[in-house]
Design a protein around this ligand. Structure first.
Ligand code: ADP
Ligand code: MG
Length: 257
């Protein structure tokens, strides 16, 4: 039931409705939902995005209301912005000084506010590039930590520059969070994203993900929003999702295209 198309269809009509005229479908109209002007500006003027894709409209609208999401959508449908927009807005709303570009200087690696996990180095780096563009008019510091690069160097950069949003592969993230000398921690974690969850489980990251969940504060300890994206929703992804999202406050989104 959890992942059936009927359930998704039944859930959709009212919950996706954010304004009297239906869900927002243009990035410029995000200001109607009180999305921070610096974020709307980076999207529309900096990155020149205009109309949302289907999965973006279907996820950004409810995610801005604070619900957790389990979303299924194919590759190439624009999932990166579907999670980056709500994550950025959540940080800007909860920590208003992050809107000021000067707050980047006060970023600290031991107080990471959002974690985005991606299965491969290439995908994590792409997300990092997109997130840095989105951060352009804000004080949000984005760092990328992936396997295959020298841990010491990426750690030194993280400590020197600080980090609000950490984009990482599960192995490297587990390594950083469990190393007592690394000084990487997320005691006030506000958003937790799993991108391509099916691929992460396929390549054997389920133990690393378990470990990471033990190393970050639980949903009982902090009010964090969890967003899970996956191209397919097999049983193991359902199990993972159920252990992550707020069972009484989540939405399942499924796109057809
Ligand atoms: P996915 O993660 O679903 O595979 P991406 O987030 O990587 O997809 O997006 C695929 C491509 O589409 C990227 O080049 C991105 O810049 C572009 N893109 C995403 N959303 C939009 C949009 N609303 N309008 C135009 N291009 C978009
Ligand atoms: Mg992607």
């Amino acid at each position: 039931r959890f992942y059936s198309a009927e359930a998704a269809a039944q859930q959709e009509p009212d919950e996706a409705r954010s304004t009297s005229s239906g869900p927002i479908t243009r990035f410029a109209d995000l200001s109607q939902l009180d999305v921070h002007p610096n974020l709307v500006q980076a999207l529309t003027q900096g990155m020149k995005y205009e109309t949302m894709t289907e999965v973006q409209s279907m996820t950004i609208n409810p995610a801005l209301q604070g619900v957790d999401l389990v979303a299924q959508a194919k590759t190439g449908t624009g999932k990166t912005l579907a999670f980056l927009v709500p994550v950025f807005q959540r940080l800007l709303m909860e920590i208003p000084e992050l809107a000021d570009p000067r707050s980047r200087r006060r970023a600290s690696a031991d107080d990471v506010k959002a974690i985005i996990m991606s299965p491969t180095r290439e995908l994590a780096e792409q997300i990092g590039v997109e997130a840095k563009k989105l951060a352009r008019d804000t004080g949000i510091m984005v760092q990328t930590a992936v396997g295959g690069t020298r841990k010491r160097e990426s750690l030194m950069q993280m400590q020197r520059q600080g980090c609000h949003i950490l984009v990482a592969t599960p192995g490297r993230l587990q390594d950083l969070l469990s190393d007592p000398h690394a000084g990487v921690a997320a005691p006030n974690l506000k958003a937790f994203v799993l991108d391509e969850a099916d691929r992460m489980l396929d390549v054997g990251f389920s133990d690393a993900i378990r470990d990471i969940l033990d190393l970050v504060p639980s949903v009982q300890e902090v009010d964090r929003q969890t967003l899970l994206f996956s191209a397919t929703i097999p049983k193991d992804v359902v199990h993972l999702a159920k252990s992550l999202v707020k069972v009484d406050n989540f939405k399942f989104v499924q796109t057809i295209r």
